[in-house]
Ligand binder design. Sequence first.
Ligand code: TXA
Ligand code: MG
Length: 373
Amino acid sequence: MPAAAQTLHTPGLNDSEGLPRWDTRVLRAYEPPGSETPSAHALAEAAGSLERGRPIVIPTETVYGLAALALDREAVEAIFRIKGRPLDNPLIVHVAGIDQLPSVGAELTSLATRLAQRFWPGPLTLIVNARLALPWVTAGLDSIAVRQPAHAFAAALVRRVGPLAAPSANMSGRPSPTRARDAMLDLAGRVPLIVDGGDLEHGLESTVLDARGDVPVLLRPGALSLEAIEAAGERGVEACAAHASVRSPGMKYRHYSPRAELWLYPPSSDRDARARLVDDAHRLRSLGRRVAVIASHALDVEHFIQAPADPPALGRLLFGWLRDLDALGVEYILVEGVSRAGVGRAVMDRLERAATRARGLDGEATRSGSPSQ
Ligand code: TXA
Ligand code: MG
C-alpha cells in the first residue's frame, strides 16, 4: 500500500511530485538462493504489482531494470517520473520471444530476424519499425527498441505478464544498478518492490543496434561485442558515434556518472599515461583531496582498486565500484582505460560518458548535456 495517498494535483510527466510513496520490499529472484529457479512467490508478487499498474525493479542479465507493462500507458509514464528521465528518451521493450513482438507492433526486417535468432535471449537490443503507436514507450518515434532478456527471472516474468518496458533502474544520470542495493539506494520509496537477482552476468547494458536497414548500425556499444556480431557473419557493422545521438536519443545525455570527478587515462600500455596518472594522484593527495585509483598496477593512494585485465570482468564490476567510491566520499576517481577490443569498447564508452576529464585520450572529455536515463 502507498505510505501516503496520491494527491489530486496533476504533475508534469517527469515531475516526481504526486508519485505514491512506498515501503519498498525486496524479494529474492531465485528459490532456493543460488539456483536459477525463479521464485514462485517473487514472480506472483512482481506480476501482481505490474498488473496493478505499479512499476517495479527486476534483475536482467545486463543491469537492473525499472519495469512496467509496455501497453499500460500510465504505468510507463510513471517510469519517467520515478527516474526523472527526459521525456524524449524512448524505452526498451523486453519480450519473451519473437512471438510477443506483434503485440507491441515491432516488425522485424530480415536482418533483425537473423540477429534475433542468433543472439536472443541475450544483451542485444534491436531498433525496428513500429507498426503500432505506443508514444509513451517510443517517445513518438516510428521505431521501437526490443530485446529478449536471458535472465531466468526476467524471462519467466515477461512470459507470464507480456512485454515490459524497462530502462535501467537508476535515477537519471547515475550509474546503472548492478546490485539490488544500488537500485534500493536510488529508488527506495519510489517503487513497491525490488526483485534481488544477486550479481548479474554482464553488469553493462545491452548493445543497441539499428536493424531497420540491410546493415546493422551500432547505436550503443554494450555487453554483446561487435566482434561477436561480425563473427556471426554480419559484415559492415557501422559504428556511427557521431550520429548515434540523433538516431538513439539517449546517447546525447550525460550519464553513468558518479558524484566524484572521474578522470580517465589511456590503457597501461601507454607509459606516459601511467606516469601522468601517478603524478595526478600524488598531486591531488598532496592537496588533501580524497582520491581513488582504478588501475591494473597498485598505487599508494587512499583507495586503490585493482582492475581485472579482462574487460568483461571489469564491465561486471565497474558501476558498483563507482557507487561504492561515492559512498566513501571520494572526490576524485582516476581510472586507467582499457583497449577497445571486445567488451572493452562498451567499458570505454561508459567511462568516457562518466568522465569529467579525459587525460591523453582523443580530445578532452567534458561533461555535456543534461543528466539522463
Ligand atoms: O541492458 C539494457 O539495455 C537495460 C536493461 C534493463 O534491459 N536497459 C537499458 O535501458 O539500458 P535504458 O533506457 O537505460 O537505455 C535504452 C537506450 C537509450 O539510449 C535509448 O535512447 C535507446 O536505448 N532507445 C530506445 N528506443 C529507441 C529507439 N526507438 N530508437 C533509438 N534508440 C532507442
Ligand atoms: Mg539507462
